[in-house]
Design a protein around this ligand. Structure first.
Ligand code: NDP
Ligand code: MG
Length: 273
């Protein structure tokens, strides 16, 4: 089915994999955003011909403006955090996929909820920082929020039968330092921390995996997405990352999603939903 998409954070790890999925399915790209990587977004503009782009960093925005000037069919350029909010609120796409890193993505989620049929969320920090606000607005407008984070996508898929869950179990790879002693961790370099055993991801989330902070953020993310008390959300260290998550029901049965460690799988599910 044809889809029109605005992709926020298109130059990142999730962003580029989302464009792989768009390429694979022939989805149309309405808007793209990036922060600093001008050359990368220029390549994306040449391939996907968006109508709008946003560059949030002012220096990068000026550079992109110069590169686009005089080009036939160049997209309209929006800039700064306000430009990101404006892009997310534009009528035109069927869905907005937010793969910005950090709290910078929160205003964009709120804006996308005003216009979209569905909002796709990789940007977990938007829920960690503003989960109550986001979920209340989504419910008020009747706009579903589809998780892209692999554990939450797995839970979302396990819940499609409509049964009420009793307990959610998120798996954790344990990150780059799982087998290291406390003493060795004291001497870990940035390079060590960024060497994730199973997933290739952006810098912040890879560091958050090594410290296990990512799993804390994901418990909060699951709490808001699925309306479950935090006491009913458990974490299971599973270094192979084959099972993405499990859902336990009142009768004691469990549903799990198993699969390869490739973010294009949950992205593809959310975009195709
Ligand atoms: P990356 O660092 O690879 O990409 C982040 C994207 O956000 C880039 O496009 C970057 O632009 C843009 N960006 C950075 N700072 C700002 C800012 N201040 N304002 C607006 N845009 C900004 O991150 P990931 O793709 O790894 O992660 C994105 C989100 O998805 C995070 O919330 C992460 O937790 C979540 N996630 C990621 C997974 C993964 O496999 N990578 C898995 C599950 C969840 P530029 O590059 O041009 O500077
Ligand atoms: Mg995850």
């Amino acid at each position: 089915m044809s889809k029109v998409i605005t992709l926020l954070g298109s130059t990142g790890s999730i962003g580029t994999q989302s464009l792989d999925v768009c390429r694979m399915h022939g989805y149309e790209v309405f808007g793209l955003s990036a922060h600093s990587q001008t050359d990368k977004i220029l390549q994306q503009i040449e391939e996907f011909h968006p109508k709008y782009v946003c560059m949030t960093d002012p220096d990068a925005a000026a550079k992109l403006d110069a590169a686009l000037s005089g080009r036939a069919g160049a997209p309209k350029l929006l800039t700064g955090p306000e430009g990101l909010r404006e892009l997310a609120a534009l009528d035109g796409p069927d869905v907005v996929l937010n793969s910005v890193v950090g709290i910078a993505g929160l205003p964009a989620v709120m804006a996308a909820l005003e216009v979209c049929e569905r909002v796709l969320l990789a940007n977990k920090e938007a829920l960690v920082t503003g989960g109550a606000l986001v979920m209340e607005e989504a419910a008020r407008r009747g706009v579903p929020i589809l998780p892209v984070d692999s554990e939450h996508s797995a839970i979302f898929q396990c819940l499609q039968g409509g049964q009420e869950p009793e307990r959610l179990i998120l798996t954790a790879s344990g990150g780059a330092l799982r087998t290291w002693s406390r003493e060795a961790i004291q001497r870990a370099t940035v390079r060590d921390v960024l060497k994730h055993p199973t997933w290739r991801m952006g810098g912040k989330i890879t560091v958050d995996c090594a410290t296990m902070m990512n799993k804390g953020l994901e418990v909060i993310e699951a709490h808001y997405l699925f309306g479950m008390p935090e006491a009913a959300i458990s974490v299971l260290v599973h270094p192979q990352s084959v099972v993405h998550s499990l859902v336990e029901f009142a009768d004691g049965s469990l549903l799990a999603q198993m699969g390869v460690a490739d973010m294009r799988v949950p992205i593809s599910y959310a975009l195709g939903y």
